[in-house]
Design a protein around this ligand. Structure first.
Ligand SMILES: CC(=O)N[C@@H](C)C(=O)N[C@@H](C)C(=O)N[C@@H](C)C(=O)O
Length: 593
């Protein structure tokens, strides 16, 4: 039997899994996925893996967790991308949800259930939208109790002790300045030593009622494993990563061990740190990008992950055994070996700074010689070996994709990440230009065949590159990009505002730089055809950012297509919208090839 070649439609059907939780007795695995075209909660009754639906809300969910008894789970949903997460109780068999915290305009974050399931702790924007308060909800009386009032910086709850006698929260002063604190019977204690040096802390876990482990770059450039015993209150360095830096932590009670994810630039590595013997050993991982790892009481590990050519999948690893897939999501009809495997490039920028980039080659049979420059979003994030159906779709259709991890990207140490702070538009912009020059010089790309596309900060960079270096590009796609730093700084969510000074600067004190680095300043040079895409509910880069650049360009007579998705935020969560976006991008670029 001869089957036709796969076509682009196949890439539209790729499934996403955004989060999961496993019942304490491991009888059920709950996950948020878009099997039915929109996100819903689905479950599998382990060891059987056939999924069944639990909700029909058509909204994505993050931060789900089971009660210790397994009799309900706490789940959060926002509405069409507004990121105002509301919390509900879900019966393991699904059906109508019980509202726990449902208040219009309020955002609830980092929810954690106590072991006895009597209390739910969380951070909330209620009465303190900028610095957030930490509260707890009595699940018998539904009364809310204030535990800690936020001040100075956003207070985000990160861990609750096993018996609920203490909790850890972080104060977020900036993306590169995040300090951890313990709240122990009302007393607040810093978990890292006092210093004026900026550092961050992540992956905080309790391994007992009085022992806390964390990942921090306190007094270092790359994050390492540290601990504090809450009685001795002494901060200790435990171990450092051989390559890269540690980025996530999971405690396995059964093994009395920590599983530590390390990021080494564009891919992840997995380690096991034995808390009894004190040794760190490498563990094979089934994916290049570990999204989430949990350990059940039995010692079985559960992982959500993806790779450059593998969409999101769930895996299970029983003690002493190897990883087994629980899901088998692929691009229908497209084998992994015909997808684009990225090459890792290293080049030097204008000031000799070494930068890493991913280059996704076009499928040979379809190659049209065009290269799309993709500046990633964040900007303090990075482009990694993580499946993006849009990238694979474009590479399949014949385009190369170049994704540089310009200065300011995460996963290359604290000082590298800080390089974008107060410099959104100079160094990172030239790093993108130097990436182009590198691929042209080394025969990967043709100077006459360059296209440009980015989302969020990447959309900002796409607009800025268009305005300042229009000679490079034939056409530009901006997906919810920042167009004007003066309006952006005022429109971000309230709890981002304490971060803005360090992240971006002050519109009055840094007036000249805001003008120089705002894409809208360069309207007259933006002469190439453009496609602008925006979610109407986006709370991070609001619609006004896209509206103003589209209006101004149209007044200038520039050919701009504008697509606004009414039921989306900072991303595309509904299959029909995703398909519309991908089709528009494909059609748009095809016109200029
Ligand atoms: C800790 C925190 O909330 N930081 C935010 C200011 C932040 O860095 N958010 C980015 C992930 C983000 O959403 N940036 C936009 C502009 C993007 O490029 O995606």
């Amino acid at each position: 039997m001869e089957f036709p070649q796969p076509n682009v439609e196949q890439f539209f059907q790729t499934l996403v899994i955004s989060d999961f939780a496993v019942a304490p007795d491991e009888s059920q695995l709950l996950y948020s996925t878009n099997i039915n075209g929109a996100f819903n909660l689905w479950a599998m009754d382990l060891p059987h893996t056939y999924p069944y639906p639990l909700t029909t809300v058509n909204q994505d969910s993050h931060g789900m967790q089971y009660a210790e008894s397994g009799s309900f789970a706490v789940v959060g949903f926002d509405r069409d991308g507004d990121e105002l997460s509301q919390l509900y109780a879900l019966h393991p068999e699904g059906g109508p949800l019980v509202p726990l915290l449902e208040k219009e305009g309020e955002r609830h974050m980092g929810a954690k259930l106590t072991k006895d399931s009597k209390w739910l702790y969380y951070s909330t924007t209620r009465e303190n939208p900028t610095y957030l308060n930490i509260e707890r909800l009595n699940l018998e009386t539904y009364e809310r109790e204030l535990m800690l009032e936020g001040e100075e910086a956003a207070h985000q709850l990160t861990a609750l002790s096993p018996e609920g006698t203490s909790f850890v929260f972080v104060k977020v002063y900036a993306n590169t300045y995040i300090l951890p604190f313990l709240c122990d019977s009302g007393e607040v204690v810093a978990l890292t030593p006092e210093t004026a040096e900026h550092h961050t802390v992540s992956g905080i876990v309790y391994t007992s009622e009085r022992d806390v482990y964390m990942l921090t770059n306190y007094d270092a450039d790359r994050s390492y494993l540290a601990r504090m015993n809450l009685d001795e209150r002494r901060f200790e360095v435990v171990t450092t990563a051989e390559t890269g830096e540690f980025s996530n932590l999971t405690y396995s009670k059964k093994e009395h061990a920590l599983y530590v994810t390390a990021t080494a630039g564009v891919s992840d590595l997995l380690y096991r740190y034995d808390l009894t013997g004190g040794n760190l050993t490498a563990v094979e991982a089934p994916v290049e990008n570990i999204v989430k790892l949990t350990a059940a009481d039995s010692g079985t590990l559960y992982m959500l992950g993806r790779g450059a050519t593998m969409p999101f999948n769930l895996f299970q690893k029983r003690l002493g055994e190897t990883w087994e897939p629980l899901t088998n999501h692929k691009v229908p009809g497209v084998p992994r070996d015909i997808m684009s495997e990225p090459e890792v490039l290293n080049y030097r920028s204008f000031d000799d700074l070494e930068i890493e980039a991913l280059f996704f080659p076009a499928r040979k049979e379809a190659a049209n010689g065009h290269t799309i420059l993709w500046p990633h979003g964040g900007p303090q994030a990075s482009e990694r070996k993580m499946f993006r159906s849009l990238f694979q779709l474009l590479a399949y259709e014949g385009y190369n994709i170049l994704a540089p991890n310009f200065r300011g990207s995460s996963d290359y140490g604290l000082s590298f990440k800080k390089m974008v702070e107060g410099d959104w538009g100079y160094g990172p912009r030239l790093d993108n230009i130097y990436a182009l020059e590198y691929v042209i010089e080394h025969g990967y790309a043709d100077r006459e065949k360059l296209l440009l596309m980015g989302g969020s900060y990447g959309g900002y960079m796409a607009l800025l590159l268009h305005g300042r270096h229009p000679e490079y590009f034939k056409a530009v796609v901006d997906i919810f990009g920042v167009s004007n730093l003066f309006s952006f700084v005022k429109s971000v969510p309230d709890f981002w505002k304490p971060i803005m000074q360090q992240w971006l600067g002050d519109p009055e004190d840094d007036y000249d730089r805001f003008v120089t680095d705002s894409p809208i300043t360069y309207l007259d040079q933006m002469t190439k055809p453009m496609l602008v895409i925006q979610g109407a509910n986006d709370p991070r880069v609001v619609q006004e950012e896209s509206d103003q650049i589209v209006d101004a360009l149209r007044e200038n007579g520039v050919d701009v297509e504008y697509l606004v998705l009414e039921d989306e935020g900072h991303g595309f969560s509904k299959k029909e919208n995703e398909i519309e976006v991908y089709q528009r991008v494909l059609e748009f670029f095809a016109r200029y090839v």
